[in-house]
Design a protein around this ligand. Structure first.
Ligand code: G1P
Length: 275
């Protein structure tokens, strides 16, 4: 069986929560230790068996393309020195995997960003990684866990975790019936609900496996919360017309789109590195 080959990275957002750092640098390029957030995401996708990265960029995001490319001058400069090993991993990614790009010209939401990626993905199931959610799976990566589940159920899957009830308004929230331990058949999804209106405290984090009929659904999805086309709303339609699973992943997730989460991730990976 052919696994999932492609992974979409919506990376056009402005990263306003990290200004001024993100004025000229894409937020996806902010490093945790010495590696940019998006590279962690790409490595997770590769571990899940994917070989083609479809990156949705926007104005001011060219550093991402340069990162996943050869830098002849730099490589020439450090060849034969002790620094050479620092480029080993990224050079390996650039040599063995495919990076494709398209620009989202207007910021109309995550659902819109995914739709912009339709041409890069085509008619096949695909992964989605929001790089500012940095995940470390237990045993295997979060996307790899989801691919395994996809092979059994062949439907869209969202990764979820329990959050404090007063935090639900930052997330897409799901409700559903537990099918197996930690796997739910989604019956409802709400983007950024008020805590009083949230159906549960199961929050979607930035890992998805989507079947390609999501594109057709996104095309008929009206703007929702914040006037944006929400992936959550399209997934709710997909759940009602077919089936969507929510999967409580095994592992950790850091919200690197917030300063607190970013610092937490930095400390966590620093201690791991030191050990
Ligand atoms: C997006 C999604 C939301 C999800 C979140 C995970 O929101 O719209 O459903 O829970 O990512 O990080 P954003 O953080 O882009 O506002």
């Amino acid at each position: 069986m052919v696994g999932i080959r492609k992974c979409l990275f919506p990376a056009a957002g402005y990263g306003t929560r990290f200004l001024p750092a993100t004025k000229a640098i894409p937020k996806e390029m902010l490093p945790i230790l010495n590696k940019p957030l998006i590279q962690y995401g790409v490595e997770e996708a590769i571990e899940a068996g994917m070989d083609t990265m479809a990156i949705i960029t926007g104005r001011g995001k060219r550093a991402i393309e340069d990162h996943f490319d050869i830098s002849y001058e730099l490589e020439h400069q450090i060849r034969g020195t002790s620094k050479e090993s620092l480029l080993h991993d990224i050079r390996n990614l650039v040599e063995h995997y495919t990076f494709t790009y398209t620009r989202q010209k207007e910021m109309k939401g995550l659902g819109h960003a995914v739709l912009v990626g339709e041409r890069l993905i085509g008619n096949e199931p695909f992964g989605v990684v929001l790089a500012d959610d940095l995940c470390e799976g237990e045993g295997k990566g979060v996307l790899a866990q989801m691919v395994e589940l996809f092979e059994k159920f062949r439907c869209s899957i969202v990764a979820v975790m329990e959050v404090e009830p007063d935090e639900v308004s930052k997330y897409g929230v799901v409700a559903g019936k537990e099918l197996e331990d930690g796997i739910y058949v989604v019956s409802d999804m709400v983007e950024k609900p008020d805590p009083e209106e949230a159906p549960t405290n199961l929050a979607v984090i930035g890992r998805y496996i989507l079947t390609p009929d999501i594109f057709e659904i996104l095309r008929r999805t009206e703007p929702g919360v914040g006037g944006e086309i929400q992936l959550t709303d399209a997934l709710k339609t997909q759940a009602q017309e077919g089936m969507v699973l929510a999967y409580k992943f095994r592992g950790k997730r850091f919200d690197c789109g917030s300063v607190d989460g970013f610092v937490e991730a930095t400390n966590y990976f620093y201690h791991k590195f030191k050990d």
